[in-house]
Write a protein that binds this ligand. Structure first.
Ligand SMILES: [Zn+2]
Length: 326
């Protein structure tokens, strides 16, 4: 029987409706999303259009950073744009979309999230951490988010492996929902919901797929996507950019582990992952903890998902974990 499940942080409902004896092979699409060498790779190190804009101080062995050519949030070092909005035609609310938008590029064009070494993962997160610190000081950036798109089905328009950092002058809707929910949980229970989540998952064990000294990875109870996995730091940590470098190495290790499981079970599916962090102006929080959500893109949302905001997931998170554990 389908089951309604509530996201313990945001309170949002999903429907887990596993279709009869669905196997991972039912999700594997014919479309191969492994990056092919692009004829005109704009992120190639020889790519003349971008090279001059490179933030050279962020160069590492495997990583370099450039500003996005088509920024969603425009960097404006000359002024701090007002947080208040103006009314357009005395009716609609609007304000300039300022902040910043980085592309964090892995130098090796033929690699992907499924072939990255721990060293590549480590440098990707370590450089991103430094950019988070940079944006935290920028008066136009209120919230910074790291995202990764792999494959056209996940919105990647360029095959060359790259992450993006969105430094927005708003607090994104999903972060508002998570912060409000976590605060409410804290007020009701006197505890951090992320800490309780880890405690509960470790007790139940049936959704955990990987673990090391610093991080834990499990399929999410109220998953919005088949095989959705969350990665959480085990110790209280409000801001990603305050994480010690040794922990960033462990993060690289667990990400490589999770990706190898996806590669084995789902044959390198298109996916997104994103890192949820506190807003820049919030120094610390008893009720929040940064985390990564990994969302394979194995299907598409239909009218009910769009109309209701309630997602139907056809794969039970417990079965997904069993397959991913292998
Ligand atoms: Zn989140």
């Amino acid at each position: 029987m389908p089951q309604l499940r509530q996201n313990i942080i945001t309170g949002e409902w999903v429907v887990i409706a596993p279709e009869r004896s669905k196997r991972p092979s039912d999700f594997i699409s014919a479309e191969v999303v492994k990056p092919e060498s692009e004829v005109n790779d704009p992120f190639s190190l020889d790519g003349v259009p971008y090279r001059k804009e490179r933030h050279k101080e962020y160069d590492t062995k495997h990583i370099y950073v450039i500003p996005n050519k088509y920024p969603v949030f425009l960097e404006d070092p000359s002024s701090c744009s007002p947080r208040t909005y103006r009314l357009e035609s005395n009716f609609y609310a609007a304000r300039p979309s300022t902040g910043g938008h980085d592309v964090v590029i892995v130098k090796e064009a033929d690699d992907s999230i499924y072939t990255f070494s721990i060293e590549q993962w480590y440098e990707l997160f370590s450089v991103s951490k430094r950019r988070f610190k940079y944006w935290r000081k920028d008066c136009n950036a209120e919230h910074t988010m790291l995202i990764y798109n792999h494959g056209p089905k996940a919105g990647a328009s360029i095959a060359h492996p790259h992450a993006q950092i969105f430094a927005a002058n708003i607090i994104p809707n999903q972060i508002v929902r998570e912060m409000n929910g976590a605060e409410q949980y804290f007020n009701n229970n006197g505890k951090n919901v992320f800490e309780d989540l880890i405690f509960h998952e470790k007790k139940e064990k049936d959704r955990i797929i990987a673990e090391n000294d610093e991080f834990i990875a499990f399929t999410f109870y109220a998953a919005r996507f088949p095989f959705e996995v969350w990665v959480l730091p085990k110790e209280p940590s409000a801001h990603f950019e305050d994480t010690p470098e040794t922990f960033i190495h462990s993060l690289g290790q667990i990400m490589k582990d999770v990706m190898s499981r996806y590669a084995r079970v789902l044959k390198q599916p298109a996916l997104n992952f994103f890192l949820h962090d506190l807003p820049d102006s919030v120094e610390a929080s008893e009720f929040f903890r940064w985390h990564i959500e990994i969302t394979p893109r194995l299907g598409t949302y239909g009218g009910y998902e769009l109309g209701s905001g309630v997602v139907v997931d056809v794969m039970s998170p417990e079965n997904a974990a069993e397959f991913l554990r292998g």
